[in-house]
Design a binder for this molecule. Structure first.
Ligand SMILES: [Zn+2]
Length: 390
């Protein structure tokens, strides 16, 4: 780490010097509504990102999308071979109008506002870390920035582009917020959202009950069987969260539906349990019912494989040079880091400034962590180039 800590001074100074500008830009960003389903709102964040990139002289391309906001890919060319990928999502969970109700505010310790921590502060971190490396003139490989529009709804338009951009990356940094205790994230659960439909046969339950086939009865069996797949110790969770069915009290239910949220820590658990879910859904516990299953995987899990391990050890060593004692944790929530980690790429998540209460009215970011975390990010990017280049 010696060589890196020597070269890191101009990077650290650049970031520290831009303290006020960083907070001003964060305020501008937080005060833009950017709900995942509000294409124009997310693109307004995208426009800001592009303005900032232009200001720093970092070239970028836009990949237009129909349904969600556009993807932005920026590239800072290095003088050495290889590529490091930085990822940030521009969307928040808050519908339009939220900013009007509770715009960016601050006190001595915290800043508040919709998406301040998840992840406007992460987006700002990417910009300033990249700009700091650019102006330092340090030996470096290519750096690629990917800004995505739809992480909060499972990255439907982003998964393929994330996988495409990660393919030739040596390492990946995802800028979800640092956890409330300052930890970065080295493993995450994956999740699947499924829906099943049961077709039975209607009959008057007073007169001809024996002619009916009850879809609701079938639903009952399935719920009990699905519940048996749950294994909290292994972190396999199954929740039948929505059910509907039937037409009237005195009619044997001709139809019923249910939804399943399925969480897991490993791809192996996903595949094994998914097979069992399929079996349960396709079994007719009540003779004559017809069953279909739809929906799919939302996020792959981020498994703590060797590459993730190496990333954490490296970032932890960089943190020590900044007098930060960095810890790691496993997060139950999924993120885009799962897609890149599942490709086997050295990946780290939760690299953003420290915050908490995400998706909540009390969401905060701890002001004092902002500059150090951007410095940590920037120097770790350079360290990753040294660590992972062949
Ligand atoms: Zn997020």
């Amino acid at each position: 780490m010696k060589e890196i800590s020597v070269n890191a001074d101009p990077i650290k100074e650049f970031i520290a010097r831009h303290h006020n500008e960083i907070f001003e830009r964060l305020k501008i960003m937080v005060n833009i509504d950017s709900y995942s389903h509000d294409r124009e709102g997310v693109n307004r964040i995208g426009t800001k990102m592009k303005e900032f990139l232009d200001g720093f002289g970092i070239p970028h391309v836009t990949r237009p999308q129909d349904k969600y906001g556009d993807h932005i890919i920026a590239t800072l060319k290095g003088n050495k071979p290889g590529k490091i990928l930085l990822m940030g999502h521009m969307d928040t969970v808050f519908p339009p109008g939220e900013v009007l109700k509770r715009p960016f505010t601050e006190d001595d310790t915290y800043v508040y506002g919709p998406g301040v921590s998840d992840m406007q502060a992460g987006l700002i971190s990417i910009l300033y870390a990249t700009a700091a490396i650019k102006q330092s003139g340090i030996d470096m490989c290519d750096m690629e920035i990917l800004f995505t529009p739809d992480e909060e709804i499972g990255s439907p338009s982003s998964r393929s582009i994330i996988e495409e951009r990660a393919k030739d990356a040596m390492a990946v940094f995802n800028l979800e917020p640092g956890r409330p205790d300052g930890s970065v994230v080295t493993s995450r659960k994956g999740s699947a959202h499924l829906k099943f439909h049961i077709q039975g046969k209607a009959a008057h339950s007073g007169l001809f009950i024996e002619q009916g086939i009850s879809a609701i009865e079938e639903l009952g069996y399935k719920i009990v069987e699905l519940r048996k797949l749950m294994d909290l110790e292994r972190g396999i969770t199954i929740n039948v969260g929505l059910v509907s069915g039937g037409v009237n009290t005195n009619v044997v239910a001709p139809e019923a539906t249910g939804t399943i949220h399925f969480g897991f820590w490993t791809v192996k658990d996903y595949e094994e349990t998914m097979e069992r879910i399929r079996n349960i859904i396709h079994t007719s516990y009540v003779a004559g019912t017809k069953n279909t299953l739809s929906g799919s995987l939302s996020f792959l899990p981020m498994e703590r494989h060797e590459g993730v391990d190496q990333m954490f050890e490296m970032v932890k060593a960089v943190a020590a040079t900044l007098n930060i004692e960095l810890t790691e944790l496993a997060a139950k929530g999924a993120s885009d880091a799962g897609f890149t980690a599942s490709l086997g790429k050295p990946t780290i998540c939760g690299m953003g400034p420290v915050g908490g209460k995400w998706h909540n009215l009390d969401e905060y970011m701890i002001k004092d962590t902002c500059i150090p975390r951007i410095q940590l990010l920037a120097i770790s990017i350079v360290a990753a180039f040294h660590r992972f280049s062949k």
